[in-house]
Design a protein around this ligand. Sequence first.
Ligand SMILES: C[S@@+](CC[C@H](N)C(=O)[O-])C[C@H]1O[C@@H](n2cnc3c(N)ncnc32)[C@H](O)[C@@H]1O
Length: 300
Amino acid sequence: MITDQHIPIMTNEILSFIYRKKNLSILDCTFGGGGHSKKFLEDGHFVTAIDQDDSSSIIANQLKKNFPNIFFYKNNFKNLDLLNLDTKKFNFILLDLGFSSNQLDDDSIGLSFKINSDLNMNYLGGDLNAHKIINYYNMDELKRVFYVYGEIKQAEKLAKFIINQRSIKKINTNFEFIEVLRESGVNFRSKKIHFATQAFQALRIESNNELENLEIFLKKVHDFLDNEAYLAIISFHSLEDRIVKNYFKDNKVKKNNIFQNNKDWGFEILTKKPLTPSKLELIENNRSRSAKLRVGKFIN
Ligand SMILES: C[S@@+](CC[C@H](N)C(=O)[O-])C[C@H]1O[C@@H](n2cnc3c(N)ncnc32)[C@H](O)[C@@H]1O
């Protein structure tokens, strides 16, 4: 079912950067259920929105009935230079990475370890999915996915076990995969989290090319920022956050108009440490618990 019930994360923190500003051009690259976009529109800003998800385009159309100043593009944000966007330079660009609550609840995507579904995890419509990874990747590829994206120390042991299990019977569903994880004898970092979290994260990142999408986007985004515009990025795991942190560091302004990257543009870093949700937000929205927000002000 399509809903706009995704609760937007760190909205107050995001809006605080543009408090009292009027009529801004905002690019929301991860429209999702439209939570952040709706707040921007209610404050009178103009919103250009991108998302790969079909339900997002339906929600954007519904929103347009009350707020004509929204333009939606169904695409991958890594392609932002190919979209012929209605606006060329923006005052604020937002990335709220990962998947929405709608996608988490969608059993055809199968991102949840609480819902038994076919192994998939692809929420961006590409060709790769968790079933192909688990049943057809070779030893080295499996090891890479679990070690790099899941930060699982015993990735080799896990890869070997999976290859052995799938030679007996293909691993077809989330619950079958969880059973394999349970029987593998691998030590997962499971004190505070479900023991399958790292393995699910690894498959999701690989299935959707999450890190590559972000890296490609970051190589292009400066062309879309107006002078003194804000780039705000919410990430949900340390691999993403590291990419964002390094991006701002590598392109920071050193002094006056001298930039770390030796180009004629860069960022004043507005969040020396990433902002995290308030105690109240953590209570009200458990999904916000791993969110980290980094913001830079573009100078050129
Ligand atoms: C956390 S949700 C965003 C929620 C949104 N801010 C809201 O308030 O409703 C992330 C969204 O980004 C989309 N997404 C993630 N990676 C994407 C990519 N590379 N290209 C386009 N959309 C992407 C997902 O489809 C999902 O709808």
